[in-house]
Design a binder for this molecule. Structure first.
Ligand code: GTP
Length: 371
């Protein structure tokens, strides 16, 4: 499981938390990924980390809480996707391995993928997923028998021969790692896979129409929450279902004049004040406080954040322990990092991103319309 990236596109959330440890409906993404693998009998996982490695150890330890064995290997320098697996080669033995990018939310049928790999007698099988705009990705066209024809990096529209892209989950015969240079940054996508194809090694694509989302950007982070709450992917929601499609953790207090619009997920000890409105499509972490008259829609509010009186939060993300004064407005996929204090009457729009631990005095930030 590759979890060593910097997650730059998801900053500022990833300044303080590595991307695979960001909560998705109040459960770290990596925990969802590990539980997904466990359903298919995977009981031993090597975590290949680099950036903020201690966060993984502190949360998962040796994996026994999940009933899995976790081996944690940290790189001093980023070794790239393939270099990272080469770096843990000593743990692989001769067994066929599954390599997963640690930033993918999916319900991929791992058993079907594995059987396909075995049936085809493949050396490498790459899971493929269809996308609407293939020009932003690396395409993987196939021969009719499923063998990979070529790798097309970010093609123009006239080169688009398939809508299938590399979905970041591979089944690999570990003997191929013998040809990967050790202790060197090396990529599956740009280096090992094209080289193996040139050598005529049997490489197959496994097209799947499973749910698939890579959590690269704030928009996708929000989409993951929305899709789970709309049941586009069946991830169990934490807590009790207190109304239809409103899930709440322990000791949640909701004022009787507040409105909760489903679907919504509320963590433990959430407090929602008088006349506040929460939802639809909101996820509030543990210990979040929503003061009187505040309104939150389509947003993710992380643990311990405090949303002041009459704030409006729309389609945005508020980081851990961030405190918003009265009438703060956060909209249009803006992202506030952790531990920010934004005093009253500030406005955040147009996807602005505010770095963790910033303090913003009252009324400092405003957006004016020029049209
Ligand atoms: P961006 O910086 O926003 O592109 O995100 P990222 O750093 O996560 O990169 P990317 O999305 O391309 O990475 C795909 C997966 O591979 C993620 O799960 C990363 O954690 C992981 N990954 C990327 N580079 C490395 C690396 O050098 N070492 C290890 N161990 N994992 C990596």
């Amino acid at each position: 499981m590759l979890v060593g990236g910097f997650g730059t596109r998801l900053r500022p959330l990833t300044i303080t938390t590595p991307k695979p440890m960001l909560p998705i409906v109040n459960i770290p993404l990596l925990e969802l990924e590990l539980l997904h693998l466990k359903q298919y009998g995977v009981d031993e996982v090597i975590l290949s980390s680099g950036y903020l490695p201690d966060v993984f150890d502190e949360y998962f330890g040796d994996g026994s809480r999940l009933g899995m064995k976790l081996i944690h290997v940290t790189e001093d320098e980023p070794l790239g996707t393939c270099g990272a697996v080469k770096n843990v080669e000593r743990f692989l033995g001769d067994d066929t391995v599954i390599v997963c990018n640690g930033d993918i939310l999916t319900d991929l049928d791992i058993a079907a993928l594995f059987s396909y790999h075995m049936e085809k007698k493949a050396t490498v099988t790459i899971t493929l997923t269809p996308v609407e705009d293939p020009t932003a990705y690396g395409l993987v066209p196939l021969h009719p028998d499923g063998r990979i024809k070529e790798f097309l990096e970010k093609p123009s529209w006239d080169q688009v021969v398939t809508n299938l892209i590399n979905a970041g989950t591979y089944v690999i015969d570990p003997k191929v790692f013998q040809q990967v240079p050790p202790n060197q940054n090396y990529s599956f996508e740009r280096e090992l896979f094209p080289s193996l194809l040139e050598q005529g090694v049997p490489m197959y694509g496994f097209p799947s129409d499973c749910y698939w989302l890579d959590l690269g950007t704030p928009a996708k982070y929000l989409k993951a929450h929305h899709d789970i709450m709309e049941r586009k992917i069946k991830i169990p929601l934490k807590g009790k279902e207190i109304f239809e499609m409103v899930f709440a953790g322990d000791d949640v207090v909701i004022d009787e004049t507040a409105r909760i619009n489903p679907p919504c997920a509320l963590g433990d000890r959430v407090r929602i004040g008088p006349r506040a409105s929460v939802g639809s499509l909101c996820c509030l972490g543990d210990d979040v406080v929503v003061e009187a008259g505040a309104s939150i829609e389509g947003s993710v509010i992380l643990d311990g954040a405090n949303i002041g009186e009459d704030c409006v939060i729309e389609g945005s993300i508020v980081g851990k322990n961030t405190k918003l004064g009265k009438r703060v407005h956060v909209a249009e996929a803006s992202v506030l990092g952790d531990n920010i204090v934004a005093e009253e009457d500030n406005e955040f729009r147009h996807g602005v991103r505010i770095w963790p631990s910033t303090r913003i005095e009252a009324g400092k930030i405003r957006f004016y319309r020029t049209d």
